[in-house]
Write a protein that binds this ligand. Structure first.
Ligand SMILES: [Zn+2]
Length: 201
């Protein structure tokens, strides 16, 4: 989705309604920083805020997501295009998650093999062994970095205590215990630790 376009659209609709960022923020019970963030194209409104925002701006959700006014004639087409785009984005995120799991697996496997080989074989010199272990460490670091980058891109985690959605820091991410869909993280909103659920997109 074109966040810049959507941001500009929100800004122009807000001005047309004669509202300042602060006034719009008050109507939606968010901070004016949040409004400014949307308008600069740094993020989209949460799903729960989309309807109230559209109501204030007198636009449809579909228009909001397209970042422009839509005349009746091509409304249906645009709605369908938008739907397809959302589905595509979701699928891409899923692919990224799978890819990152595969990468993590290969990383662990190949580094284990390297360490085992260096430990088992008696024919290697100490230098060769050190070389193998160093390669294993490098592979682990690169693999984790790639997996984290891919997953980071693919979604946020939702706090079980307060429902706040957030992207964990890299340190937290690497340290946090996890299952395939959950990760034990500290919520930046309420400060409590819980098994946060991954939310795509
Ligand atoms: Zn929380």
């Amino acid at each position: 989705m074109d966040q810049i376009k959507i941001g500009k659209f929100i800004s122009s609709r807000r001005k047309e309604q004669g509202l300042t960022q602060r006034q719009l923020a008050e109507k939606l019970a968010v901070s004016d920083k949040t409004i400014s963030k949307w308008e600069c194209g740094n993020g989209l409104p949460e799903v729960s805020l989309m309807l109230p925002l559209c109501e204030v701006l007198s636009i449809s959700v579909n228009e909001l997501l397209c970042g422009e006014r839509i005349v009746n004639d091509d409304y249906k087409q645009k709605a369908e295009d938008k739907m397809m785009e959302l589905i595509k984005e979701r699928n891409e995120n899923k692919k990224k998650l799978i890819l990152s799991a595969v990468m993590a697996f290969i990383t662990v496997l190949s580094s284990c093999i390297l360490v085992m080989v260096s430990g088992l074989s008696t024919e290697f010199t100490t230098l060769t062994r050190i070389g193998l272990i160093v390669s294993a460490v490098v592979i682990i670091i690169c693999g984790i970095a790639c997996a984290v980058a891919l997953e980071f891109d693919a979604g946020k985690y939702e706090c079980r205590k307060c429902g706040h959605k957030f992207v964990p820091t890299v340190t937290e991410y690497v340290n946090g215990a996890h299952t395939i869909t959950r990760r034990h993280l500290k919520c930046p909103n309420c400060g409590k630790k819980s098994w946060c659920i991954r939310r795509l997109g």
